[in-house]
Design a binder for this molecule. Structure first.
Ligand SMILES: N[C@@H](CCC[C@H](N)C(=O)O)C(=O)O
Length: 284
């Protein structure tokens, strides 16, 4: 029993609008002896282990308050995760690593975040209008469809459907997987968002996430991509309220000539548990 408890790693379980994460303070390099990708795959398994959409490490940074490293549940390291970023900002503030207004490093660049009571707002770098490829047509294996594409740190396809809320899970997964794995069209793979416009500033979004290979309850960068495409195609006005399966997110931006400036994502970011990851959590 003593051996069983010798290696234990402190973790926090968090979620932002239902997108859930394991968060580890790695400033002292607690995971130096681990194959991180394998460790992430093991501890993110639902049922057999803790379970999560992804895992984040908070690390030291020379140029900002801290560095965020984000891993999808399949062990792949992602450039950015909007909801993850909001969660790690809350975590950094709780751990006294950062004040309420903070800057942090990601693979996709430096981000700013601010704690707004129960919510966290994260700011994104400016996006170019021309980087959004609108009104594309392709047959992904279920007949030709119209889609839109844009990158918000990570790649996103946006598809408008009038039946988003009632769309069968199986259909969403089938479309999501076929599009995500259309590597001739998206060499790095892509996340896939199914979107319905329900008001002048309101949309509903469901997302199939690359790296989780499933629908998640929310996707932050997907909500931003969906809001901007909804603005470009359906004149949806920011700030946009995005209803996702796990709650609600707010997306703001301003169109200035050929750029989107002041892009932000806001919503809840909660710590729901803390404890120790024990060796059985990463056993095959
Ligand atoms: N959950 C996300 C996106 C995470 C990254 C993504 N799955 C990818 O690697 O493409 C979010 O909230 O933005």
């Amino acid at each position: 029993m003593g051996g069983f408890l010798t290696v234990k790693i402190k973790f926090f379980k968090m979620n932002g609008a239902g997108n859930d994460f394991i968060v580890i303070d790695n400033r002292e390099n607690a995971l130096k002896d681990f194959d991180i990708s394998h460790f992430v795959r093991m501890v993110c398994r639902r049922g057999k282990s803790i379970g999560a959409d992804g895992l984040m490490l908070l690390e030291r940074s020379d140029s900002a308050d801290f560095k965020m490293r984000y891993f999808n549940s399949d062990g792949s390291e992602g450039e950015m995760c909007g909801n993850g970023a909001r969660c790690i900002a809350r975590f950094a503030n709780l751990m006294n690593v950062a004040k309420e207004h903070m800057r942090f490093e990601t693979i996709a660049g430096i981000h700013e975040a601010v704690i707004v009571g129960e919510e966290v707002q994260i700011m994104f770098p400016d996006l170019k209008v021309n980087d959004f490829k609108l009104l594309q047509r392709h047959d992904f294996g279920f007949g030709p469809i119209e889609y839109h594409f844009g990158t918000v740190g990570v790649p996103h396809v946006v598809i408008f459907r009038g039946d988003v809320e009632s769309m069968e899970d199986e259909l969403l997964l089938n479309w999501g997987r076929k599009i995500r794995y259309a590597l001739d069209v998206f060499p790095r793979g892509t996340n896939v968002n199914f979107v319905k416009v329900v008001g002048p500033s309101h949309i509903i979004v469901r997302t199939y996430e690359r790296g989780v290979e499933n629908e998640t309850l929310a996707c932050g960068t997907g909500s931003i991509a969906s809001s901007i495409v909804s603005f470009l195609i359906h004149a949806v006005e920011p700030p946009v309220t995005v209803k996702v399966r796990g709650g609600e997110l707010k997306v703001g931006f301003e169109r200035c000539a050929d750029e989107f400036k002041n892009v932000y994502l806001q919503g809840d970011a909660r710590v729901v548990a803390e404890g120790y990851i024990l060796p059985d959590a990463w056993k095959e």
